[in-house]
Design a protein around this ligand. Sequence first.
Ligand code: ATP
Length: 428
Amino acid sequence: MEEIVSLAKRRGFVFQSSEIYGGINGFWDFGPVGVELRRKIKDFWWKRIVHDRDDVVGVDTSIIAHPETWKASGHIDCFSDPMVDCKQCKKRFRTDEITEKKCPACGGELTEARQFNLMFQTTVGASHDSGSIAYLRPETCQSIFTQFKNVLSTSRQKIPFGIAQIGKSFRNEITPRNFIFRSREFEQMELEFFIRPTKEEGKRWYEHWRNARLQWFYDMGVKKEKLRLREHSKDELAHYARACVDIEYEFPIGWSELEGIADRSNYDLTQHMKFSRKELSVFDDQLKEKYVPAVVECSVGVDRTFLTLLCDAFDKDVVGGEERIVLRLAPHMAPFQAAVFPLSNKLAEPALSLEHDLRQKFQTEYDDAGSIGKRYRRHDEIGTPFCITYDFQSEEDHQVTIRDRDTTKQERISIDQVKVWLKERLKN
Ligand code: ATP
């Protein structure tokens, strides 16, 4: 993990938030390379969940919602972790981190355990009374439920159909840790798939989404043997949930949750109906029946997926007698699909012109800094699958050398064929 954290900083994937002020625990900033990888993850999720299907639509809702939302969802009453404080050094721990009855940091005496609500509070408007309290959302899906009727009446969808959203969520985690695995501000990609509330429909769609979601990770090139499904036992399930499974990845910190998929029955819409006193049931034309739809939910973090890709792609090998770090990301997921190098500064003009041309179709970078070897090393470390060198011979034969990140093999390709060549290799 240390090597990954160091690479992430060195190459502009992830920086500590507010680093010049000493940082702020649980918050991270994404640099020029990292932001490209995040976009790739979000775009690929959106493609598979929304654009490739005719039964899912998207929304983008506000981070702050009416506080009743969080009463209805149970977050105000139940979204908490038990914690203890050290009376001596004032450090705070989740009770599940304590093995003995004393402070793990200084050995001091601990307070009794108490519940700590993980929602960030703020106030809305000029007055600061209890009526102005609002919360930063701890998950993105609640406003999918509260907007269910508006989406249903403005889209051409009928049950079964889904509503998807990507957005920031906030949790005041007691102990944020393991780099970006557990942070206080993170981004989620969530799908609520609305179905008839029968057990059979729940089972059918739960299985469908389990498979589809696992396939998504395979399609990003994540190693199959590093992914597994962990079905929740009956006593782990929330009282309303009919089934729940985690997709886990074997991180350097061990097997940990990456995504949760759950058959949540019709608990969520029922709760919002109760609290808002608005009708959220639907009339099913086919069944000639009114019901409150159930949902199968798929909820995955952008940041955990990001960390998964970094961990999964991270590799070392020896090239020309030297050890190199290489990120073997699937070409379509890499921050940059290709880099163009002029062999000499004298070749800047034609090399730049090639790079500008490729830029219209792919994410590319022009790199003329340092030796060719150094440029390869940088692009190996950020996962660029193809490096294209424009050399003196290119002036005569109108060909360039393309070097493959994984094999380091080089090929001469006619300049007018480069786009087609790249497109062929970026299919997903
Ligand atoms: P955990 O048990 O790890 O706290 P959770 O079961 O509370 O997670 P969910 O509420 O199911 O998580 O959230 C869905 C997804 O959102 C998680 O699978 C994870 O990818 C992501 N996620 C949740 N909390 C965080 C966090 N603090 N930092 C980064 N990602 C998170």
